[in-house]
Ligand binder design. Sequence first.
Ligand code: F6P
Length: 323
Amino acid sequence: MKRIAVFTSGGDSPGMNACVRAVVRTANYHQIEMMGIMRGYAGMIENDIVPLASRSVSNIIQRGGTILKTARSAAFMTPEGRKQAYNNLVQNEIEGLICIGGNGSFTGAKLFYEEFGIPCIGAPGTIDNDLYGTDFTIGFDTAINTAVDAIDKIRDTADSHDRVFFIEVMGRHAGYIALAAGIAGGAEGILIPESNDDWEKVVNMFTGSHKSKKAFSIIVVAEGEEHGGAMQIVEQLKQIDPQFDARVTILGHIQRGGKPTAYDRVLASRLGNAAVEALLRGETNKMAGLVNNKVEFTSFDDAIHKTKKLNADLLRLVDIFNT
Ligand code: F6P
C-alpha cells in the first residue's frame, strides 16, 4: 500500500484526536502517505479529503472532539452513495481505510468492503463502551470521569438539602457508563438496561414500608434503561407515592467533550498504531481492541453483533455497599 486514509465517524469521543495522531504518525513511520476524510462517510461521498502530513497532527493529543469532524451519513446507506464514495477513493488513490468509530461505522465499513474491496481496520471510538472485542472503547474513561465529577458536585447540594437526585447518563442501549460512574460516584442505586431487579430495589428504597432512612440519595440512570429515562422514573415513583420528591439532572453531551484522560490517550495511541500495522499486513474487516491489556483483533461482525457482558461483580458491589 502506498496511500491510506483515516476518518472519524458516528458520535465523537474524547481521544479520537489522539487516535488520529497515532494513525498518521504510524503511517509516516512506515512511509505510507496518509489522507484524512472529513466528516466520516459524508466527506467520503462529497470528496472532502485532505492530505495529513505528520506535523498536521501536532498538538492535538490533548484535545477533545475530532479535527476530522464527524457525522452520521444517511447517504452512505444507499448504494449510490457508496458508489460515489468508492469513486472518490479511487480518484484519490486511497488503497485502505482506518475507521475510528462505533457499531454503525463498522457496519458501513464492512458493507463497503464487500461491495468494493477497499480494506478497512477499525479503532473503537465511542463513549458508550458497548463494543465486543475490547475491554474499553476510546473515550469511555474520559466520559465516566466527567460524569463522576458532575455526580460529586450534585452530591454536595443533595447533602445540603437532604434531597434525592436522579442523574441520567449517556450510553445509548448499554449501561457501562452508568455502572462505572455510579460506583465511582458512590451512588445508592444504579438503573441500567442489563439488570432486571434494579427497578424493584429503587421502588423499595423510596416508597412503601421499606423506605430507606437515608437523608439524601444519588441514583444513576442509564439513558437506555427501560423505564424511559430519569424524568419518567421520577414521575412513576410519584404515582406510587405522591409524597415522593426528587430532582433530575440529565448530564447529556457534556459527557462527550473535554480533554481525554491519560488512559484514553494511551489506549487511542496503542489502537491507532495497531490498526495501521494490521492494514499494512493485509488484514481487513477487523477492529483493534484491548483485551486484558493486550491488543487483539476482532472481526467487525463479532464487534457489531456479539454482546460484551457487563461485569456482574460490579453490579453486586452496589448492593453490598448500600445494605
Ligand atoms: O454513541 C454515543 C452517544 O453519545 C450515546 O451515548 C448517545 O445516546 C448518542 O450518542 C447521542 O447521539 P447524538 O449526539 O446524535 O444526539
